[in-house]
Design a protein around this ligand. Structure first.
Ligand code: SF4
Ligand code: SF4
Ligand code: FES
Length: 261
């Protein structure tokens, strides 16, 4: 056991436990976007939503990957920490102009509300990726992608399908199905795991899609529902595959960005 101080209280961490895990066990809420509390979704440390202050250290630390050391003093809610987290969310919001409000029940939107972040001071991304309507069961809209990599871990490490990867570099990084193939033409087996993992909820079963976003998610204030999405996708595939009618572009045309905003 490692003994350290967390928000003024003496706590113990089990071998391998991160600061985020200990804080959560203590009932302390620390935002997180790029990892989930589910088997297989290891923390990645890339979103910086979970920053905490560690005494004696110049920079804030990502609590989802940082393990406590004996005698460490950690604070999760100082003004500096809160400001840094709000900054992280503002920067991420600037990457998704017009898309952030589409799914008010997604993990990203709920944490943003929790932190009091309603808009961004930063210049928005000038161009957003087009929606990918090629899949019969899911509509992919990467205009709100925060490059957290959860969909990649969902597909590769949880379901072992290895369809999704992150392509490109720097600000050009994007989610890729196989080798930048449209999702409907990729080797995706429609398990739905990536849909339920995504914090801004970028994919949605197509029949739930409305002008205001995903109808199911807009109804739900709880965590993203994995089972209904996967089940819906599977049902849709099984009923559509016999007729192939879903291949008709006219029948499956997605709403335009303007209409869905
Ligand atoms: S739905 Fe397709 S892309 Fe998503 S996790 Fe399953 S196989 Fe991978
Ligand atoms: S599509 Fe969603 S899960 Fe995948 S990297 Fe983007 S925000 Fe993360
Ligand atoms: S949740 Fe810790 S860096 Fe993303």
């Amino acid at each position: 056991m490692t003994r350290f101080t967390l928000d003024g209280a003496e706590v113990e961490a089990a071998p391998g436990e991160t600061i985020w895990q200990v804080a959560t066990r203590q009932g302390i809420e620390v935002p997180h976007l790029c990892h989930l509390e589910r088997p297989g979704y290891r923390p990645d440390g890339n979103c910086r939503a979970c920053l905490v202050q560690i005494e004696g250290e110049r920079v804030l630390g990502a609590s989802c990957i940082r393990k406590p050391a004996e005698g460490m003093v950690v604070r999760t809610a100082t003004e500096r920490v809160q400001q840094a987290r709000r900054m992280v969310f503002e920067l991420l919001l600037a990457d998704q102009p017009g898309a952030a409000s589409r799914d008010p029940s997604g993990i990203f939107a709920r944490w943003a509300r929790h932190l009091g972040v309603q808009g961004s001071r930063f210049a928005p991304e000038p161009a957003a990726p087009q929606a990918d309507p090629s899949h019969p069961a899911m509509l992919v809209q990467l205009d709100a992608c925060i490059q957290c990599g959860l969909c990649e871990r969902a597909c590769r490490e949880v379901q072992h399908n290895d369809v999704i990867g992150l392509a490109g570099r720097g600000i050009g990084v994007t989610v890729s199905f196989d080798t930048l193939t449209p999702m409907g033409e990729s080797t995706c087996v429609a398990c739905g795991e990536c849909v339920q993992a995504c914090p801004p909820a970028l994919c949605c079963p197509r029949r739930w899609w409305t002008r205001r976003g995903c109808a199911h998610r807009n109804r739900s204030a709880s965590s993203p529902p994995s089972a209904p999405i996967a089940a819906s996708a599977a049902r849709w595939i099984s009923t559509s595959a016999t007729t192939q009618s879903w291949r008709s572009p006219a029948a499956t045309a997605p709403p335009t960005r303007a209409a869905s905003a």
